[in-house]
Design a binder for this molecule. Structure first.
Ligand SMILES: [Zn+2]
Length: 296
């Protein structure tokens, strides 16, 4: 396991690819773990050798709370916005765009397929930390920056003394920025990305795959990463010009591979993501007949 002073980077299976994520352990008296999506055995080793007493989740997505329930004794906190979201399954369905895309019937179907373990991971979260407030764990100072966009509540833990930021879903993968839930926002995603670049940090730890970047590397990657948003705008605009309907555009596979769109949740996020780009292009989908309507 890699270490940066008191911080231990705990890898998840497959280089922390979704449905797992990289965790960060603060080796301090308070025994703090940030996100619980890393390898189960590695986390249990840490628990045995160093202890885990407090888990801080950056946001409510399943890949970042994956192993919350492995540590029943630990307190678990999340950001204040999403502490409200997780108070009911319906609010989570709403935040994920399930209600928007499929109405009550879709929410009902989604509820029947929820893994028991995931619900347990959510239910174990019992409190919140504050945004933009410096916490001291032994001598380790950390501030949970509010960096909305990926989700409305996403926080990015920033260790100013160490010059380290944990940037979770700013993962710089070729998939590109993910803001596809109803609680995601493209403009905020871009703004928060810029804010992360403005930090006095030289180590950026991503939550998935690529790993750790210097500031210069993170800056270069960010440019390419955010450009994917413009490419999506452009692609969708071309289809609109060709006269495709919303339904037709959502069958192409602009975010997700076409052959994965038979998975209901991917199809949901594909649709909800396309709606956001249509909005940027000044268009909306008519509720009456599904036609694309100019809102400019
Ligand atoms: Zn996420």
């Amino acid at each position: 396991m890699e270490r940066i002073g008191p911080l231990v980077i705990v890898e998840g299976p497959n280089k922390s690819k979704v449905p797992f994520s990289r965790s960060l352990y603060i080796d301090c008296k308070e025994k703090v773990l940030i996100d619980s999506g890393a390898d189960k055995r590695a986390l249990l080793d840490i628990k045995r050798e160093l202890g885990i007493e407090l888990i801080l989740n950056t946001h409510y997505h399943p890949d970042h709370i994956q192993h919350n329930s492995l540590f029943p004794q630990a307190a678990k906190w999340i950001n204040p916005i999403e502490f409200e979201t997780i108070q009911s399954i319906d609010r989570i369905a709403e935040a994920n765009g399930i209600y928007q895309e499929w109405g009550e019937a879709g929410v009902k179907m989604w509820r029947t397929n929820l893994p028991e373990e995931w619900i347990q991971n959510i239910e174990e979260i019992s409190g919140t930390y504050d945004y933009e407030t410096e916490y001291s764990f032994s001598n380790v100072n950390v501030t949970f920056l509010h960096t909305p966009g990926h989700t409305k509540g996403l926080s990015s833990p920033y260790f100013s003394d160490l010059g380290v930021a944990y940037v979770s879903d700013y993962d710089m993968t070729s998939f590109g920025p993910w803001y596809n839930g109803k609680d995601g926002n493209i403009e905020e995603f871009i703004e928060s990305g810029k804010r992360l670049l403005s930090l006095d940090a030289n180590t950026y730890i991503t939550g998935h795959q690529k790993g750790i970047f210097t500031k210069q590397e993170f800056q270069n990657e960010m440019e390419t990463y955010l450009e994917i948003i413009d490419k999506r705008d452009h692609t969708i605009e071309q289809y609109v010009r060709k006269g495709l309907t919303f339904e037709e555009i959502t069958d192409i596979g602009i975010f997700y591979p076409k052959n994965s769109l038979n998975v209901p949740i991917f199809k949901t996020w594909e649709r909800s993501g396309i709606r956001k780009h249509l909005h940027r292009l000044g268009l909306t989908v008519s509720e009456r007949d599904g036609a694309l309507v100019d809102v400019k």
